[in-house]
Design a protein around this ligand. Sequence first.
Ligand SMILES: Cc1cc2nc3c(=O)[nH]c(=O)nc-3n(C[C@H](O)[C@H](O)[C@H](O)COP(=O)(O)OP(=O)(O)OC[C@H]3O[C@@H](n4cnc5c(N)ncnc54)[C@H](O)[C@@H]3O)c2cc1C
Length: 322
Amino acid sequence: MSGVLVVMEQRGGAWNRMSFEAFEAGLALANKLGTDCIAAVVGESVQSMAWDSKSQPNAMYAVENGALKEYTSDAFVEALAQVIKKLQPAYVVFPHTYQVRDFAPALATRFKQVLISDVVAVHEGPVFVRQLLQGKLNADYKHSSQGPCFISVQAGSFRAEQAPASALTMEVFTPELDATKVRNRPGERFRESAQTVDLSSAPVIVSVGRGIGEQENIGVVEELATALGAEIAASRPICDNGWLPMERQVGSSGQTVSPKLYLAVGISGAIQHLVGMKGSKTVIAINKDENAPIFEVADYGVVGDLFEIVPALTKAIQNAKG
Ligand SMILES: Cc1cc2nc3c(=O)[nH]c(=O)nc-3n(C[C@H](O)[C@H](O)[C@H](O)COP(=O)(O)OP(=O)(O)OC[C@H]3O[C@@H](n4cnc5c(N)ncnc54)[C@H](O)[C@@H]3O)c2cc1C
């Protein structure tokens, strides 16, 4: 067993961009090990998909079969198990997408392995870093058993540089699949947040997180946004709860913003949130937990209760404006 295999994700012939971040992680791992980085994509007619990232794989496989047109965990596990048996990689790397979370543990189990999920960094060793307790602790993991090591890479942890789309020679691998053994029937897909509000051009954003406690309290933050002439945004739990519309969500499954000022109120700073706002010029965070990870990206941090600080700040801004 040698080499690194990165399993890219596509839907209807369009890449899931997280795949390229996973590819960068796979490439970094391959470089550390002095080995090849191979990529594979699973689907029905994926061989002609154009590659649009600056870094390129040493070889690429299109894993094609009519039974792989729609995602099902049974068919993907069987198809990828056959690919792994053929290529014998030492490491198999995935983007940590919803789809991967669904099938990758079962695939790892086929090889009597576990999936090291949500990896945010790869160090010499190789040592894989995962975050615990909402990012307060980093834990190091090493693969010590026989068999391939399976890892999934957290969104935003590795940077992929986009390049003009170019054709990539893909070798077609056709797994043998028995349709009668596929037990799953594809249902309706998870709806990512729609983007009817364009937060990307807002110069000032006040963003609210779960620290707000309940929907009735959102007004406290809205008043601050109005005083600052800012757009209001939110972390995912706020939008999932329907307290603010989905299009106001910032993060890996929401919008990416880069305002002059991003004021994070009651937001812990989970990596999926940080990837959407870390390009902001100035970040101010208000959080009652001095160890909250948001303070690591904040230029100014206020440790305290938002229900005391935000109304006082709003008042001060209103007074300053006269
Ligand atoms: C695949 C996937 C995609 C995701 N996509 C996104 C995404 O796009 N965007 C996103 O935001 N998240 C996303 N998440 C969720 C993410 O992992 C976190 O769960 C989420 O960001 C946490 O939101 P939060 O910071 O508002 O809540 P919490 O993590 O619960 O943090 C609340 C914070 O408020 C503070 N607080 C509590 N009370 C007060 C108070 N009175 N005054 C001041 N501070 C207070 C607490 O100390 C805490 O730090 C995604 C997760 C997954 C798995």
